[in-house]
Design a protein around this ligand. Sequence first.
Ligand code: NAD
Length: 249
Amino acid sequence: MGLLQGKFAIITGAASKNGLGKATAKLFAEQGATVAILDLDEQAAKTAAADIGAQHVGLACDVTDKDSCYTAVRTLIEIWGQIDILVNNAGITQPLKIMDIEPKNYDAVLDVNLRGTLYMTQAVTPQMREQKIGSIVNISSVSAQRGGGIFGGPHYSAAKAGVLGLTKASARELAPDNVRVNAVCPGFIATDITGGLLTPEMLESIVAGIPMARAGEAKDVAGCCLFLASDLAAYVTGSEVDVNGGSLI
Ligand code: NAD
């Protein structure tokens, strides 16, 4: 029996073909969960869901829009009757220096990474509280812990640090209802978000600074999300787990 047999899981930003969300959706499905992939483009979300199996659901959702989050979650509760797991994975980054960050850059990055995490948490909380069980996994970043240094500007580091604060505060508030909230901090993981930003020379110099001497893979992050989402982590809440090949040692 899979670790997530009988569980219903929402993963935001999981339509990206080589992304962390899609790898997590695939692993959750392999472990018995029914998964909903939420992303900006409805067709991309549906295609990604169909890729992992016919029973999975793809829905359009813009996590920066509270109504959009609530509508998606309401739709899923109508279909499934329960929500056991939420992975707040949707994220964007911009490789800007501090003096180049315009208000529109700040808003875009904070809105998707931080506001979106809050809105989706708010959307699932009443259902998880009522069930008296739930696991929320928020994707932060090593950039929050070491002040960037790999990719993404200071506004990205600030947004992902905000995600850590939100994780701990919501973990504290929701713990009495057995709703757990944890954060995963990926280091450098080879996906479309990173591939588009780096030259081969930059890639080489990043890998040279990683004790395990390789970039992470999306499945490395997915495995950590699986642990936190599953009952193996039944007494784990408010934690931040590093998946970074030793980058902070
Ligand atoms: P990705 O670009 O492959 O996927 C991000 C997904 O988020 C895309 O499918 C995109 O359409 C979706 N998205 C963007 N804005 C959205 C919105 N408003 N509403 C809903 N969906 C939206 O990126 P990835 O590398 O798979 O990153 C996934 C998460 O991991 C992000 O939060 C990212 O910040 C974080 N992260 C990635 C790395 C890395 O090295 N790749 C490292 C640390 C943290």
